[in-house]
Write a protein that binds this ligand. Structure first.
Ligand code: SAH
Length: 223
């Protein structure tokens, strides 16, 4: 092993030869290992056989989060990674207070780092990807089995019932900004294949909605 993780092992965690660690390849595999050697630029391990990470669900939840006010995206990413979300797509919508302008690199890198730290903390087998922001009317859900858009004015369909009528392993969830979705926007999302769902009788803050949906979906589908 080389790079940042070596510094972390040697300088921050101060691990030495003989210490036990758990390795993860970032692609959903993990193994138990013992440190064989620590040098300033490389760490070597004696590894046990690799296996699929137990922390990864068979159901992939991707959160399409309309850009919230400053700082909230970090919280959303951190908590949703802990809860088991697999990817994040920041979305620019009509009522977003924050308007992101390219180049996005700095911001995405920071969010990706938040994801990585949360993934390590939660012993995730993959580091969920944070994608570049997309405008709501340019979203495509082609790669998903089911898409649930949380709409505060939805009165009929709950996430619970929608999950049963639209099962699948690749699930997209869409959450509006502080000001919510306009009617036109929810219309656009539904035309693109989303099911408009209610998260219950109480209005949640935008940063709570994605966390609640991730937890509810994985609660429903995990053994
Ligand atoms: N400003 C709006 C609330 C927006 S809440 C109002 O006062 O009515 C921010 C986002 O969280 C919403 O766009 C929606 O995606 C989600 N959300 C919050 N509570 C919800 C609920 N009870 N049902 C469905 N979606 C909800």
């Amino acid at each position: 092993m080389r790079g940042e993780d070596v510094k972390h092992i040697a300088k921050v965690l101060r691990l030495r030869a003989g210490d036990a660690v758990q390795l993860c390849d970032g692609a959903g595999n993990e193994c138990d290992a013992v440190i064989a050697s620590v040098a300033p630029d490389a760490v070597t391990f004696d590894t046990q056989p690799w296996s699929r990470a137990k922390t990864e669900s068979e159901t992939r939840v991707t959160l399409f989060q309309c850009l919230p006010k400053a700082g909230k995206m970090e919280t959303i990413i951190q908590k949703c990674v802990e809860l088991g979300a697999s990817a994040f797509v920041p979305v620019q919508s009509e009522r977003c207070v924050v308007v992101l302008k390219p180049p996005y690199a700095g911001r995405i890198e920071r969010w990706q780092r938040v994801s990585e730290e949360a993934a390590k903390q939660s012993r995730r087998g993959v580091i969920p990807t944070v994608f570049e922001p997309v405008a709501l009317d340019r979203l495509s859900f082609a790669e998903f089995d089911a898409v649930f858009a949380a709409y505060e004015n939805e009165r009929t369909v709950s996430l619970k019932t929608a999950l049963r009528t639209h099962p699948g392993k690749r699930i997209a969830i869409v959450v509006g900004p502080e000001g919510g979705f306009s009617e036109a926007e929810i219309g656009t999302l539904v035309r693109k294949g989303a099911v408009s769902v209610s998260l219950g009788p109480r209005i949640l803050r935008t940063e709570t909605a994605g966390m609640a949906m991730t937890a509810q979906i994985l609660y429903e589908v995990e053994p």
